[in-house]
Design a protein. Structure first.
Length: 489
């Protein structure tokens, strides 16, 4: 079989293209001038990490405004300190990674005080104290105390303090990331119990009115929540001073009464249909502003990377071929979620930091490039050798043969598998919610948090994804039909 060899000029061109792309993706962005530090060590703008999906502490209200006890508390602290508060909505499991990578300056999200965190982070004095409760199915009479959890299954957020409490009492931990999922699993008999914050549980029961579960006990220890910053930040003395002042002048009690007092318990639950109706536009807006642009950018750059890597993979120059092989092996051998986390949280520790959209675009583009490279390579290899030879016979060089004869035929072969890659990319954008992207799925999570209508809203998100994929599949079919017109039969 004939194998075209690259000239030195072609090799140089390929390398230049490859490293140009690498420069675009991996060069550190220009940073804005840092905030001028104050004498108390606080920046003029304090970036605060909070979930935005953990009512009543941090969630979005009916007008999509970020609110909650922790949100209002840190706003008041910032107001008294004279600093601007900028919230960065971050999944709990990524919260401390964001803190370590300097994407946020402070965590305000019911961080439980414990010796491990105290040793690793700067922690404030406690600003709210609560206890845990043991929740079981309403028809369960075998679990009455924490000691009864031995050998039982408990639905918990695996990184939470309550998971540790359940585990210490002999429970087997089943990981969940939302109260609604935990209670649903409990009511369906998939787990035996839940240990969680008393205030969060009561908020859920008051909102959802779930009669399939009951509280049977409280934990012996009290959970004290603190604010967390990087070790050596120097923020805490000034923050602690304001926490003390808020406690003394009654501000803390007013905030507590607002969210946990008798009036706060009276809530009117909306039907799932009304919740879906109210959030149809916010979810569509997130689709148009983030999901679709992210898909377009990642696919275009990913396709460029795929073509370059595929040509390097076919090169007779071993160095180029092996560089391509290693790149493909790394991309295909590691999960996309891990790639996203490395680009967004890992690179800042090396001094390379990107915005959320750019970081997501880089990770998704590289992922598309890794998988697409093998599709493009196999498509080029599928073009009969005689096409190369015929092109050479009429005087075409390698580049012209590739551009005018081989790639047009390879494109027809590559369209179906590349179309599948594009459809997968649309759905893979949902993973960017873990790195703070306000995409369609993240918007669904935000809407579900205060209403606990997870099933209805996640089904709505699935419909949005399906519609996008249906439209793309339609255009893919038309493109395949158009390309097949030029096939000799």
């Amino acid at each position: 079989m004939h194998k075209a060899r690259l000239s030195r000029s072609r090799v140089a061109a390929l390398l230049a293209t490859f490293f140009l792309l690498g420069g675009v993706f991996l060069a550190p962005p220009a940073h804005a001038a840092p905030d001028k530090a104050r004498p108390d060590g606080l920046p003029s703008t304090l970036r605060v990490g909070t979930e935005g999906v953990y009512p009543p502490f941090s969630y979005h209200d009916a007008s999509d405004k970020l609110t909650g006890y922790d949100v209002d508390f840190i706003k008041e602290v910032g107001k008294r300190l004279g600093v601007k508060i900028k919230f960065e909505e971050t999944p709990w499991d990524s919260m401390f990674s964001a803190l370590q990578s300097k994407r946020i300056d402070l965590v305000a999200n019911q961080v439980t005080l414990n010796p491990e965190r105290k040793a690793k982070y700067d922690l404030s004095t406690p600003y709210i104290s609560t206890t845990g409760v043991l929740l079981v199915a309403s028809d369960n009479d075998s679990i009455k105390t924490l000691k009864d959890l031995k050998g039982k299954r408990a639905a918990e957020n695996i990184t939470s303090n309550w998971a540790a409490t359940a585990k210490q009492n002999g429970a087997k931990i089943v990981g969940v990331d939302a109260m609604d999922k935990a209670v649903t699993a409990l009511a369906q008999g998939r787990v035996d119990a839940i240990v969680n914050d008393q205030l969060a549980v009561k908020n859920y029961l008051n909102t959802k009115g779930d009669k399939g579960v009951k509280i049977v006990a409280t934990t012996d220890d009290r959970s004290e929540s603190v604010l967390a910053a990087r070790k050596g930040s120097g923020y805490m003395p000034a923050i602690d001073k304001e926490i003390k002042a808020m406690r003394q002048d009654g501000t803390s009690q007013k905030l507590y009464d607002k969210y946990f007092g008798a009036k706060a318990e009276k809530k009117s639950a909306k039907s799932d249909w009304q919740v879906v109706k109210d959030n149809a536009w916010p979810m569509l807006k997130a689709t148009l502003k983030t999901t679709i642009p992210l898909t377009i950018v990642a696919f275009i750059f990913g396709l460029i990377i795929a073509v370059v890597v595929a040509l390097m993979r076919r090169s007779s120059i071993l160095v180029l071929s092996w560089i391509a092989r290693v790149f493909i092996s790394i991309i295909r051998g590691t999960p996309l979620l891990v790639q996203l986390v490395i680009v967004f949280f890992g690179l800042p520790e090396l001094g390379i930091e990107f915005s959320t959209f750019v970081a997501a675009s880089i990770a998704l583009s590289l992922n598309v490039g890794g998988y697409g490279a093998e599709i493009v390579r196999s498509a080029i290899s599928s073009v009969p050798t005689g096409q190369w030879e015929a092109a050479e016979t009429i005087g075409m060089d390698y580049r012209t043969s590739l551009r005018r004869v081989v790639l047009p035929q390879a494109a027809r072969i590559a369209v179906p598998p590349l179309g599948n890659t594009l459809l997968s990319l649309v759905k893979d954008t949902s993973l960017t919610s873990t790195i703070l992207a306000l995409d369609l799925f993240h918007q669904a999570q935000i809407a579900a948090a205060p209403t606990y209508s997870y099933f209805a809203l996640y089904c709505s998100a699935a419909v949005y994804y399906w519609v996008i994929c249906f439209i793309l599949n339609h255009f893919q079919g038309r493109l395949e039909t158009r390309l097949n017109r030029y096939v000799l039969r």
